[in-house]
Design a protein around this ligand. Structure first.
Ligand code: SF4
Length: 651
């Protein structure tokens, strides 16, 4: 999506050419009114003159007449069913007496929409029926509520109008900033199309995903999950970054998905064959998280094993022997997200719940063992392979065995170990997985080998656990040699996020393998917490919803978002939306607690929920006003002193 003012023809042409050179297949430009519609004609011409035939899509809101005008110039029109014919009405709940009354109100949609459909049909223009979770019409909200079903019905009634005119050159989108809502909406639409015998393409996107790794992670969770199920035809990754930077993650998500298609990859074919025999009985129309039961503390135990995991989702960090050396110990505690008080570690909001040690320190290494003991004293679990513990017993460790070994040994723990954990690959027979019930381990590590489809093999494991009423928490073990942070976010989001969005899984352990991976424990821990937050499991920081910006944006979105993140990023449970314009911003920020929305150049409105609570604040003081507002609503926490000093310095 172009971020230039569309009326600035030269700047837009330059940006579209940069996007085309990167490899994009289509560029969308914002069209607010006649001035921008006229500019589109000039942009199209200039691009042709320069040898660029990349299709353009006009992004339309509220303006049926302008939409018809711009259809002369561009190849595709995006309309938003939530506001195309509704004008800028504030939501007013209405009680419909019957479905017939609701359907009758559709007449004004037909009146407003048919002329555009006819024009697109006569000019062979494409259209996107682009539903957005945050901007459903008041009519749909009144009847269906703020739900995936409402999004689907909203899109279907516009498609019905297209079909009534024998116009079929359209795609659907069901975007939301919440990946779970987005995934459910697309699945519901795909199921509805299947029921209706329709086969229109789906354009996928997580809207207002933000920037950096978090933006990539959220996009991968939403888009990657759907692509993994074979849903989706075109994609856009919406980042609060220059549009050129959206290409790489977008393309990688497509590549990761295509690699899973059997026709493209003999390995993928084998992986799918390997799990073909199992029937998938998932209910895709409802969501419920399978929440594993935490291990219970027993009388007289020195450590509290129930704190080795977190009920909302756990992060386990892989630690090497070297990191336990006395000179590295304070550094390790910080990497694990512990607070330090008089040299002692304490668990904080985003501390790793447990650590995984491939090799324990020998009993002769008293200093390394002291470091471990200190972590155990604050209930950080220490998980170690059982065979290593046979040689070097470590008090209160969790002994990890592969499932077959654990069955062969009837779950007998090595000396010093306090609990059992088992590794499952997804390749085991059903009765082998069912035997977990008798072993009663504290946790299961699910690590699917390359030769199996991880998504399908994992789903099968969860089905067997469910069938056998096994409520042991499942931690996804993600082994990686990736050395690029963006790629890591995309792979984790796609491969683990796709399971977490189905409610399957209680946490993650990322284990670097090989020499390539150079990520620190701290980075992997923060990325893992990002995955849990993106999957709507556990919030350890402020949730940001920031629009990607477009021709309507009224302030420097990237700079302002960075400033707001630096000042307010430490408020778990709080959602802050940063939106570039008042036309779509308030509607699209959906369930944010606070909104920072551009109203005029240099002026900001601040929202609490859907209500404007500060109007026309000069932009140079608006971030401070936002902080005051958060304080006023009792959701502010002070930063630790040294972090506060760092923020002041950065600002
Ligand atoms: S909210 Fe942002 S991306 Fe959406 S229309 Fe306004 S400025 Fe453009």
């Amino acid at each position: 999506m172009a971020t230039t003012f569309t009326a600035d023809v030269d700047a837009t042409v330059e940006q579209v050419m940069r996007c085309a050179d990167k490899g994009f297949d289509l560029v969308r430009v914002t069209v607010q009114g006649k001035r921008e519609a006229n500019a589109c004609a000039k942009i199209r011409d200039k691009l042709f003159q320069k040898g660029y035939d990349i299709p353009l899509c006009a992004d339309m809101h509220f303006q049926p007449v302008v939409a018809q005008l711009v259809a002369d110039a561009v190849e595709k029109i995006r309309i938003n069913p939530g506001n195309f014919a509704d004008g800028r009405k504030d939501f007013q709940e209405k009680v419909y007496e019957s479905e017939a009354e609701y359907i009758k109100e559709r007449e004004y949609l037909v009146e407003a929409f048919v002329p555009l459909v006819e024009k697109c049909k006569s000019l062979n223009r494409a259209m996107r029926i682009g539903t957005n979770h945050g901007s459903l019409s008041s009519r749909v909200l009144s009847f269906y509520g703020d739900t995936p079903r409402g999004m689907v019905e909203s899109a279907i009634e516009f498609a019905d109008i297209c079909r009534s005119q024998d116009y079929h050159n359209f795609v659907f989108s069901m975007k939301a900033s919440n990946p779970l809502v987005m995934v459910q909406s697309y699945r519901l639409l795909a199921a509805e199309m299947y029921r209706l015998g329709w086969d229109y393409p789906l354009h996928l996107g997580v809207t207002e995903a933000g920037e950096g790794e978090d933006g990539r992670m959220k996009s991968a969770i939403g888009i990657g999950s759907l692509l993994a199920d074979g849903i989706g035809d075109t994609i856009r990754v919406s980042l609060t970054e220059d549009p050129e930077f959206e290409y790489e993650p977008c393309n990688r998500l497509a590549e990761i998905a295509l690699d899973r298609v059997a026709a493209n990859n003999p390995k993928a074919k084998a992986r799918q064959e390997a799990v073909k025999k199992y029937i998938d009985t998932r209910d895709i129309t409802s969501f419920s998280r399978r929440q594993g039961a935490l291990p219970e503390k027993k009388e007289g135990e020195a450590v509290n094993v129930s704190e080795f995991l977190n009920p909302n989702g756990s992060v386990i960090s892989a630690v090497t022997l070297d990191m336990l050396k006395p000179e590295n110990a304070p550094y390790l505690c910080k990497e694990l997200g512990c607070k330090l008080a008089v040299g002692m570690p304490f668990k904080d909001i985003a501390t790793s719940d447990s650590i995984f040690l491939r090799t324990p320190p020998p009993s002769s290494d008293g200093e390394a063992r002291k470091t471990l003991r200190r972590l155990q004293e604050v209930n950080v679990g220490v998980i170690v392979p059982a065979d290593k513990l046979e040689r070097d017993p470590l008090p209160n460790a969790v002994a990890l065995m592969n499932l077959q070994d654990a069955i062969a040994k009837a779950g007998k723990l090595p000396g010093g170990a306090i609990r059992l954990a088992v590794t499952v690959t997804g390749n085991e027979e059903e009765e082998t997985i069912a035997a977990i019930k008798t072993l009663n381990p504290a946790m299961i590590f699910l690590s699917v080998p390359e030769e199996l489809s991880s998504l399908h093999a994992s789903r099968r494991v969860f089905e067997i656990l469910k069938k056998n009423c096994i409520m042991t928490p499942v931690i996804h073990l993600f082994k990686t040699d990736i050395d690029d942070s963006s790629e890591l976010a995309l792979q984790m989001g796609t491969k683990i996020g796709s399971l977490l969005t189905d409610g399957d899984g209680d946490g993650v352990l990322v284990e670097p393998v090989g020499d390539k991976s150079s990520f620190s424990v701290d980075f992997l821990r923060r990325t893992s917490f990002g995955l849990l937050q993106g999957s709507r499991m556990r919030n350890t920081k402020t949730e940001f919803v920031s629009c990607p910006s477009c021709g309507r944006t009224l302030f420097d979105l990237q700079e302002t978002t960075a400033k707001i993140q630096a000042s307010t990023g430490h408020l778990p449970g709080v959602t802050v939306a940063v939106m570039g314009c008042i036309v779509n911003g308030p509607g699209e920020m959906a369930d944010a607690d606070f909104g920072y929305v551009g109203t005029l150049p240099g002026k900001i409105d601040l929202y609490y929920g859907k209500e404007v609570v500060r109007k026309n604040i000069p932009s140079d003081v608006a971030v401070n006003e936002l902080i005051e507002l958060i304080k006023e609503y009792g959701l502010w926490q002070d930063l630790p002193k040294e972090e506060e000093e760092a923020v002041v310095a950065a600002n």
